[in-house]
Each structure stands twice: as structure tokens, then as C-alpha cells.
Design a binder for this molecule. Structure first.
Ligand SMILES: NC(=O)c1ccc[n+]([C@@H]2O[C@H](COP(=O)([O-])OP(=O)(O)OC[C@H]3O[C@@H](n4cnc5c(N)ncnc54)[C@H](OP(=O)(O)O)[C@@H]3O)[C@@H](O)[C@H]2O)c1
Length: 309
């Protein structure tokens, strides 16, 4: 397999490249050379800006292209058009954020957003790819993506938190549903032969199980203090990013209940949460914690809130 990866040097693309190399594929990267230049010195990297000019790869022949980081339909149209006659298969990394109604478990046939939001633009990108490639494309609607090299500070916060002393603030209720996809399982699925539009998510698990896995990875015996959503909101804490992974808005109550049965039938397999938590902690420890040195939920804010209880 000769694979072209649009992007390939940050998170999802990196996992795709690593997986492809493990499968023995030939890999060509197309990017501007700004993000982690030199990461893959032995791979052919074609330099270019996809927003303006893909001519450097348009005349080439590839079996598969994986478009890791397309956010703008006009930009995705440019690559989809340029590669239409030279690739057999176009794989587009989309998002479960395309679904218009996150209060009911999203299934593939449900309505998508049609606005200028992140999810609305991803939905437009999907249409661009489907219109041009038909059954020669895979549109992978990923849930929350986690794993080593995650550029967000959402998941890594949790295993890292258990390495610090003190009782740990746990948001919401222990039974709150949680769902994610390990980036390496996503990459394996993207490089399989599934086609069509597919939700790519892991099994839903209770938040308590996710935190238990993070705690076990860190070898910690801290007490967890569950703080209900109304108390966190009253304290002015921000859902999702301020207290990572905490969902407060009732309109988003089914965001972690995305139906992944179609992907499983098409070959998706997911590793245990214990493995993801341990690997994220190992990576996070090696890099020395958050990239900017700032915790999403500071130790001071956490302890102040817990002291009030
Ligand atoms: N994180 C989540 O929880 C989540 C959930 C659902 C879906 N997603 C989706 O997952 C994907 C994440 O992508 P990623 O950042 O991890 O992909 P990536 O392929 O690992 O990194 C982005 C790549 O794009 C390249 N790039 C950026 N602008 C470019 C341009 N104008 N021309 C050419 N190359 C360009 C960057 O290299 P240079 O800077 O060197 O050009 C880099 O190699 C996105 O599609 C996102 O919507 C994420």
C-alpha cells in the first residue's frame, strides 16, 4: 500500500503514520513542515500548503489518502479534487460533533449541523468527500480522541492528577457516561477497508471506571470526592476544558452515548481503558506534563472547592 497522509505530524496523523509503517506500507506525507519537522526523517515528505496548492502531489499515484485535519470545506474540496483521479480511496477524519442533536444517542443517519460551527463545517467537509468519492471513501466520525501525543489537556489531566497528593475532585456523578476512542485504535480502523460514513467510538463506560483506570495507572490510593454538577457550576468552573471531560449541559447529555455498532461490525476493535490510561501517563510523564505548564484545573482551585465541602 502506498499511503498519502495529508498532515501526519501532530496527533491523529502521527498515529496513522505509525500504524501504516507497522503494516509495512510506503508512506508519503504532505504538510508545510511547521509541525514537528524532522519527526519522520526517513519518510518522503512533500512540502506544500493545502489551502493554496497541492500540485506537488496531484500528479502522483497513491492507493489511499488519509486526510487527517480538514476543517474547511473549500480546503477539503481542493484536496479531494486534486487527488480524485490518482487515489483509490479517500479517508476523511471527521467528528461526532457533526450531529445536530447531542441530547439523543447519535446514529449515522441523524441530522447534522448546517452552520459555521466546528461541527457544521466538518459536516460540509464530509459532503465534499462523499460527493466526489462515493463508495471509495471512509468518513470517520470520531468521538473524543485520546492517547499519546494528545495536543489537548483533557484526558492527560486525569492520570497525571493521581500522581499529585491530596483527595481528587471527581466531577458529576460516578455513573455519568464517558466515551472516547484511543488514537491508535482509530488509526487501525482508518487503515482498514471500511467504507461509508461511520461513527468511530469506544464502548461507553461510567466516569468512575475511567477515573479508576487513571488512578490504577498512577498507582495512587487517593480518595475521590464526587462534586455534583450544580456545585461545580455554582463555583464557576468550566465544563469540558476547565474540569476536563466533565459535561454539564443537558443538551449534550448523549454526547458520550454515540452508537459505534456500525464501526464494530466493520472491524473496529478497542483496547482496554487501563492500557490507554497507562500509555497516556507514560507519555505525559516523559514530556513533563502540560505543554504550557498550566493545569486545566489548578491545584489551588481544586483544593478550595473541596475545602468548602
Ligand atoms: N481531538 C479530538 O478529540 C477530536 C475528536 C474528533 C475529531 N477530531 C479530528 O481529528 C483530527 C485531528 O488532527 P491532527 O491535528 O491530530 O492531525 P495531524 O495530521 O496529526 O496534524 C495536523 C497536520 O496538518 C498539517 N497541516 C496543517 N495545516 C496545513 C496546511 N495548510 N497545509 C498542509 N498541511 C497542513 C500539519 O503540518 P504543518 O503544520 O507542518 O503543515 C500537521 O502535520 C481533526 O480532523 C479533528 O477534527 C479530533
Amino acid at each position: 500500500m502506498h499511503l498519502l497522509v495529508l498532515g501526519g505530524t501532530r496527533f491523529v496523523g502521527r498515529a496513522v503514520v505509525d500504524r501504516a509503517l507497522a503494516l509495512g506500507a510506503e508512506v508519503t506525507l504532505f504538510n508545510r513542515g511547521r509541525t514537528a519537522p524532522g519527526l519522520y526523517p526517513d519518510l518522503e515528505t512533500v512540502r506544500g500548503d493545502r489551502t493554496t496548492d497541492l500540485s506537488a502531489v496531484a500528479g502522483r499515484r497513491f492507493d489511499v489518502v488519509v486526510d487527517c485535519a480538514g476543517y474547511d470545506p473549500a480546503v477539503v474540496a481542493r484536496s479531494a479534487d486534486a487527488l480524485r483521479d490518482v487515489v483509490d480511496r479517500y479517508v476523511f477524519v471527521s467528528s461526532a460533533s457533526v450531529y445536530a442533536d447531542q441530547s439523543v444517542p447519535p446514529v449515522e443517519g441523524a441530522a447534522t449541523l448546517d452552520d459555521d460551527s466546528y461541527g457544521g463545517r466538518k459536516a460540509s467537509c464530509e459532503r465534499v468527500v462523499r460527493d466526489r468519492y462515493g463508495d471509495r471513501c471512509l468518513v470517520a466520525r470520531s468521538g473524543l480522541i485520546v492517547g499519546p501525543h494528545d495536543p489537548t489537556e483533557r484526558f492527560p489531566y486525569w492520570p497525571r492528577r493521581f500522581r499529585r497528593p491530596g483527595p481528587v475532585l471527581a466531577p458529576g456523578e460516578p455513573t455519568d457516561p464517558m466515551q472516547y476512542i484511543d488514537v491508535r485504535d482509530l488509526a487501525a480502523f482508518l487503515l482498514g477497508d471500511a467504507a461509508g460514513t461511520v461513527n468511530v467510538v469506544g464502548h461507553t463506560l461510567p466516569m468512575a471506571d475511567l477515573l479508576a483506570a487513571c488512578q490504577a495507572a498512577a498507582g495512587s490510593a487517593h480518595d475521590l470526592v464526587w462534586v455534583p454538577t450544580p456545585d461545580l457550576l455554582a463555583a464557576g468552573l468550566d465544563p469540558w476544558m476547565g474540569v476536563p471531560l466533565w459535561i454539564a449541559d443537558p443538551e449534550w447529555r448523549a454526547a458520550n452515548l454515540v452508537d459505534g455498532s456500525r464501526a464494530r461490525a466493520a472491524g473496529l476493535t478497542t483496547r482496554p481503558v487501563a492500557e490507554t490510561a497507562a500509555d497516556v501517563l507514560a507519555w505525559d510523564t516523559a514530556r513533563g506534563g502540560p505543554a504550557d505548564g498550566v493545569e486545566p484545573l489548578s491545584a489551588g482551585d481544586e483544593q478550595r472547592l473541596l475545602a468548602r465541602r
